[in-house]
Design a protein around this ligand. Sequence first.
Ligand SMILES: Nc1nc2c(ncn2[C@@H]2O[C@H](COP(=O)(O)OP(=O)(O)OP(=O)(O)O)[C@@H](O)[C@H]2O)c(=O)[nH]1
Length: 418
Amino acid sequence: MEIDKNQLLRFTTAGSVDDGKSTLIGRLLYDSKSIFEDQLASIENTSKQKGIDGVDLALFTDGLKDEREQGITIDVAYRYFTTPKRKFIIADTPGHIQYTRNMVTGASTANAAVILIDARHGVIEQTKRHAFIASLLNIPHIIVCVNKMDLVDFKEEVFNDIRQQFEAFSSKLLIKDIRFIPISALLGDNVVNRSENMPWFQGSPMLSELENMHISSDTNKIDARFAVQTVLRPQREGFIDYRGYAGRIASGIYRVGDEITVLPSGFTSKIKSINAGEKEVREAFAPMSISMTLEDDIDISRGDMIVKTNNQPELLQEFDVMLCWLNNEQAKPRTKYTIQHTSNEQKAMIKDVVYKIDINTYDRDTDDKSLKMNDIARVKIRTTHRLMLDSYRDNRNTGSITLIDEATKETVAAGMLV
Ligand SMILES: Nc1nc2c(ncn2[C@@H]2O[C@H](COP(=O)(O)OP(=O)(O)OP(=O)(O)O)[C@@H](O)[C@H]2O)c(=O)[nH]1
């Protein structure tokens, strides 16, 4: 099958401090020539001033570090690059203490996660956490890069051993596709170019893996879900009776003439027209932003969902989610939070912490009911009105929620529907 040219791939990087994330991203941008010449000249200059032979790869991501150090405006830095085969967005998640928070934010829309392991140290606690979160977030593809192979004499046994350690615990997780690559980010082995130091490795370098990864089958094309963001009522001549519903298709395909049901009201109608940008189209699919009109005049507002009549989500007011607590403040029991689900906002309360997960051992703890920063727990949530929900495994869009503190407006938790 041919790769969709210019199809966008989002990936996130995870590793503990000093595993070489900055070096790897620098190497990727440098060797794939995805950096502007003026930027490159400035990096070469600074490297020379620092007395470094060649370029200091960490300088490629230094801009991000400054941003981080100056009072954290963003948790995740996005970096774009293009090769002749594909466009990429890297969500660079600074991996120190707030690992869970950062991974959840950066990874929730990722097609792939790159997990770095230092060849000298092998699988460590953080590696297990990263793998667990990647599986929790249902990231379809994982690339495990065993880095710093130059420091272990490029030995095949070291790589094989780490691979086995990883597989020993990842087999307990639901990860669809895991690949392993031995690399040296510093020297450039198996990042963009094939390593001459590791002829024993039969696989492809990291960039080719990313370029050739099949991602179109990862999106849900079956369950059509369209949450209304805005109701369009242009007050212009010729638009007297026009009522369009604008939003982004979360999953599935919509065609003119399809029988639809509006939720939560349950009213039914047919699709009269679909507009994508300025163009009228016969069909549209996720993740397109569109507006549609219906054959009948129905009362629809923001947060309502238009679905196919023969395939509907569940309408629930009480449900279980796997929740990652993301705030410094602990969760307050029986407090009202704002819950955000697609374009729908309601009030919600955490009714119960069913169990917490120890992400090093994957054990469940049913006694501890507190929720602190980076905790992951299965909780029961109750909302003031019903939400239109799918399980997260089926639909990463309509199966996820966030909780927002009403006073501070901060996102305090992200949850995946069980
Ligand atoms: N020998 C060797 N050293 C490496 C390799 N990759 C990274 N390093 C070194 O490891 C140290 C840490 O690398 P960074 O890229 O800053 O690692 P990091 O801490 O994961 O990155 P950030 O968290 O984003 O700062 C630096 O001194 C790098 O030069 C490698 O493949 N081989």
